[in-house]
Design a binder for this molecule. Structure first.
Ligand code: SAT
Ligand code: MN
Length: 606
């Protein structure tokens, strides 16, 4: 068939052949090669508005920004439809859905056949990481969704410059995405096309391929993000001796002007963006942002771990973001942003829960219904998002695009834990820290489809994102310290901002006050802050934390830093069950760490 081709096709033979093969399968009417230019982005937004997918927001209030409302059935990652199709089920491990590659390709080829009829196939060459950085990687996403192309423009580095770096290399991740709704020519397109019955988010780590079908939302469809930068990259990182992690990266500067870089692993919608952009409440300290979701870390010639943020934008959770909770995020999204599933005000701006102290008297909610305060429904979807260029962040660190990355001094692990886990706890050493990462757990959030608020183990916040057997992943983490001198390794911390009191209210104020915990961690790395050895790790005493100006009852602070020995002992059985899932692939060292923890806890609770 005669297909229109626009844009400048690549000269890379392997790429051209693959695009032709995929076009033969999906049968789009046209192919567009993205150049990544501002003109192209403007064209994409206009196209989305024209097709009814997006609405312009008021240009005075949110210049060059749109609001998109998705299909109400397509609002979050679908973990039960996400598959790791490694050669054997054992490679995928017990935490991933698995199908044999051939079988999955068979199912998908059936679905992809003719799935782009009546649509344009966009070829998106993207770089995860600064273009040309030795840590960066290239991927190509083919998609029939304008929304995906526009978001990829912001979230990654897209375009011709990526093809230039690629040359004739065949080393790129191949991603194919379709909303799975062909157009026959008579019916009007849906504002948010998606397939109501078939959704597949699939990964083929051995061949570095991603196939996504049926959903247009976030991590299901923006393939550079979770699919490439975490699931595929975690396998590459295992094979090549580095780390691809679900971590924010922040720069912390002390009043003396000393800088340390810290990463933090927290599950989706647990405050990574807030922590990465935090405004310290303690005088003289400064936090700047390198990244808010993903970190790729490799050893430098100096033996330290250096991290880059592979992304170029933020895909942040909107509800709860306000000038009080995270002014830097709100200011980042002041222009040139795509808002998804937010509510709209009468004067053409967006709104979401807790954005302002007072709720607007009338809104259009995210499903386009009239909304009034007290009507009993949220105005924005709980997983509503803003897509915003990282460089618009008022506290973006000048070195955020340094191709060498930044050297990491400390790593945090955290989740939503209403009980048991203290505010902060330092690992005794690397292997104890890996143990703490492996037993991380958190209450589920709206970022994934399914029940919210249920406690689940989410090791290293990678449960939905690790592209291989989690037992081997723990082993990979343990092996990192053997690659350098132990003193070069970052220190590891387990933190919990979400501890609740008997009244069900949070004990710790969080947000900017988390800088007090960061200060302690900073000073621990420098050897200037004290800690006490406890059965679970090294904890600050209340007097070791900077509490000047902190409005917190002393009882609350004591409780936040208390070792709840019986609470920990009560979770041991759950940890054993969690570990049992990994069978013989669980590193023995972690079982030993668990046994040692139990011995230490029994020692104090006797
Ligand atoms: O939809 S995303 O996967 O990009 C967001 C998240 O779950 O962190
Ligand atoms: Mn995330």
């Amino acid at each position: 068939m005669n297909r229109t081709i626009s844009g400048v096709p690549a000269k890379n033979q392997a790429l051209v052949t693959w695009v032709e093969d995929m076009a033969t399968l999906c049968q789009p009417d046209a192919i567009h090669w993205c150049d990544g230019s501002p003109t192209e982005y403007a064209h994409l937004l206009r196209g989305m508005v024209h097709s009814g997918t997006a609405m312009w927001l008021d240009d005075q209030k949110r210049p060059n920004s749109v609001l998109v409302r998705s299909d109400p059935g397509d609002v979050a990652r679908v973990e039960d439809r996400t598959f790791i199709c490694s050669p054997t089920q054992d490679d995928a491990g017990p935490t991933n859905n698995w199908k044999a590659p051939d079988e999955m390709h068979g199912i998908l080829d059936g679905l992809y056949e003719g799935c782009m009829r009546g649509r344009t196939l966009y070829v998106i060459p993207y770089s995860m990481g600064p273009v040309g950085s030795p840590i960066a990687r290239i991927g190509i996403e083919l998609t029939d969704s304008l929304y995906v192309v526009a978001n990829m423009h912001t979230m990654t580095r897209v375009g011709t410059r990526v093809l230039d770096v690629m040359g004739q290399s065949t080393d790129f991740v191949r991603g194919l995405h379709s909303v799975g709704v062909p157009l026959t020519g008579t019916e009007a397109d849906a504002p948010w096309p998606c397939n109501p019955t078939h959704k597949y988010i699939t990964h083929f780590p051995a061949t570095r391929e991603i196939r996504s079908f049926g959903s247009g939302y976030g991590g299901n469809a923006l393939l550079g993000k979770k699919c490439h930068a975490l699931r595929i990259a975690s396998v590459q990182a295992r094979d090549e001796g580095w780390l691809a992690e679900h971590m924010l990266i922040l720069k912390l500067t002390s009043p003396e002007g000393t800088v340390k870089y810290i990463t933090g692993a927290f599950p989706s919608a647990c405050g990574k963006t807030n922590l990465a952009m935090l405004i310290p409440t303690i005088p003289g300290w400064k936090v700047e942002t390198i990244g808010d979701d993903i970190a790729w870390m490799k050893f430098g010639a100096d033996g330290r771990l250096w991290a880059i943020n592979p992304e170029a934008g933020f895909f942040g959770v909107a509800p709860g973001t306000s000038m009080k909770s995270n002014p830097n995020a709100l200011l980042s999204a002041a222009r040139n942003s795509i808002f998804t599933n937010c509510a709209m005000t009468l004067d053409g701006d967006v709104w979401w829960e807790q954005m302002t102290d007072e709720e607007p008297p009338v809104l259009t909610d995210w499903i386009r219904r009239p909304w009034r305060p007290g009507c009993g429904r949220p105005a924005a979807n709980p997983n509503a998002r803003f897509t915003t260029p990282a460089h618009q962040c008022p506290v973006i660190a000048p070195e955020w695009e340094d191709p060498r990355g930044v050297p990491i001094s400390a790593m945090l692990f955290g989740g939503r834990r209403p009980t048991v886990v203290p505010l902060v706890c330092e690992a005794f050493n690397w292997r104890h820290g890996v143990f703490l990462g492996s037993i991380m757990s958190s209450e589920t959030t709206a970022a994934a489809a399914g029940a919210v608020g249920q406690l689940r183990f989410d090791p290293f916040a990678m449960l939905p994102f690790c592209g291989y057997h989690m037992g081997d992943y723990f082993g990979h983490w343990l092996s990192m310290t053997g690659r350098t001198s132990p003193s070069m390794m970052p220190r590891l911390y387990y933190v919990n901002w979400f501890r609740k009191g008997d009244d069900g209210k949070f004990l710790w104020p969080g947000y900017g006050e988390n800088s007090r915990v960061l200060e302690w961690i900073f000073r621990r790395c420098d050897g200037t802050a004290d800690a006490v050895d406890t059965p679970i790790g090294r904890l600050p005493r209340p007097s070791d934390l900077n509490t000047e100006g902190l409005d917190l009852p002393r009882d609350a602070l004591v409780e936040l830093l208390r070792v709840d020995a019986s609470g920990w002992l009560a979770t041991v059985e759950q940890i054993e069950r969690h570990y049992a899932r990994f069978g013989s692939r669980l590193p023995t060292v972690l079982r030993e760490e668990l046994a040692a923890l139990v011995t230490r806890l029994r020692g104090v609770s006797r």
